[in-house]
Design a protein around this ligand. Sequence first.
Ligand SMILES: NC(=O)c1ccc[n+]([C@@H]2O[C@H](COP(=O)([O-])OP(=O)(O)OC[C@H]3O[C@@H](n4cnc5c(N)ncnc54)[C@H](O)[C@@H]3O)[C@@H](O)[C@H]2O)c1
Length: 434
Amino acid sequence: MSDASKPGNDFTRRQFVHTSTAAIGAASLVSPSLGWIRGDDTIKVGLIGCGGRGTGAAGQALNADPGVVLWAMGDAFDDRLQSSHGNLVAHAGERVQVPEDRRFTGFDAYRKVVDSDVDVVILTTPPHFRPAHMRAAIDAGKHVFTEKPMAVDGTGVRSVIETAKMARERNLNLMSGFCWRYNMPNRECYARLHDGAIGDIHTVHSTYLTGPLGKRPRQEGWSDMEWQMRNWQHFNWLGGDHIVEQACHAVDKINWAMNNRPPSRCYAVGGRLCREGLESGDIYDHFGVLYEYDDGARAFHMCRQIPKCWGDNTEYIIGSEGNCSVNSWGPTQIIRNGSNEETWRFPRNGANPNMYQVEHDELFRAIRNGETINDGDFMAQSTLMSIMGREAAYGGGVVTYDDALNSQNRLGPSEYAFADLEMPPVPRPDDKGA
Ligand SMILES: NC(=O)c1ccc[n+]([C@@H]2O[C@H](COP(=O)([O-])OP(=O)(O)OC[C@H]3O[C@@H](n4cnc5c(N)ncnc54)[C@H](O)[C@@H]3O)[C@@H](O)[C@H]2O)c1
């Protein structure tokens, strides 16, 4: 549960983007720019978290540049690793160069991947582990592609902010899996909005209304830890609840529309209408969050994972001179003037390459050219906004951005072992005695 209201804040919204150098370890002041990777050099990639997204991302890395090879793989579980390895060999043949002794399993697999002479690391485990994995990779001088969300609690977000600063200082690429930022129609639409197409943006409403994710029922021989990890989306400590794990995309698009300026505070509702049984863990199935900004702007986010309901994944963006709707599933991007007449839409036959491939094309191009992409600021901020919404719903109170950023809350066990692990209770606002 949150302790977002604890005093003693060190971080503020203003400081967010300019984290103190003193907070970063001395090692980060060394600058081993990897601009030395020449056009004909092999780029060795390590994959940490060999599930659905990790296998996809590794495939996209291999597609992005003919000099990329997959060099090392790590996963908590051997069966996940071997199945991913088989799929990638089928996809890329001999460019998958991962012999048995560079296939690592267990909780320390990430370290072994990082230490195996790779140039780039792909982070695609459940988000609980992300801050530590990201720090290890950047600390070791690796370029990073990291899936969203970046963390599940304030402690993790602060670590990510510091790691992003280290990456910037060391000229290392740090690209996030907030993939809509790499979607060409959305990019063109948001660029028009930021050029003033609808005047000053004062209201945004984003939705992620969808069905539930698949559950993994417990199997004989699995410890509590193994069961929770294999069913990670349903446990707050591992996935951050669905507003953080999945709907963070829609929260990120609020953040994008607001030009990455953080809200001052939020309040929220949430609960669990249809989730039941142990496999449903401790997460909610719906949230509604109202974000308030210092200048009076407001953003509302609603997400739901309930079967047989109406679905929507749209941003409704309202400005002083018009409005815009961006439907990610359509996909449609439409801008209207103050009389609600359509003035622009992304053409049906416009270029719309696979955004997951665009991410890796841009990442590896940057690495080849000695350039750096650093998504650190917005990826940490969008993750924190999602966490704020969750904590406001769980706790029933108002959560400020600075309180969330300075929260000492750290979810999950302090040590990892395939052993007993208590089933967490479903959070209830009245637990707080409010
Ligand atoms: N950008 C997108 O559109 C998108 C889509 C899907 C998933 N994702 C994100 O990608 C991440 C992975 O999701 P997924 O769908 O691939 O899940 P998944 O369960 O298929 O894969 C996660 C893998 O990580 C492994 N793992 C768990 N803990 C580990 C640890 N400590 N060390 C090493 N490996 C560990 C698991 O065994 C599993 O193989 C999540 O953060 C998710 O939110 C993003």
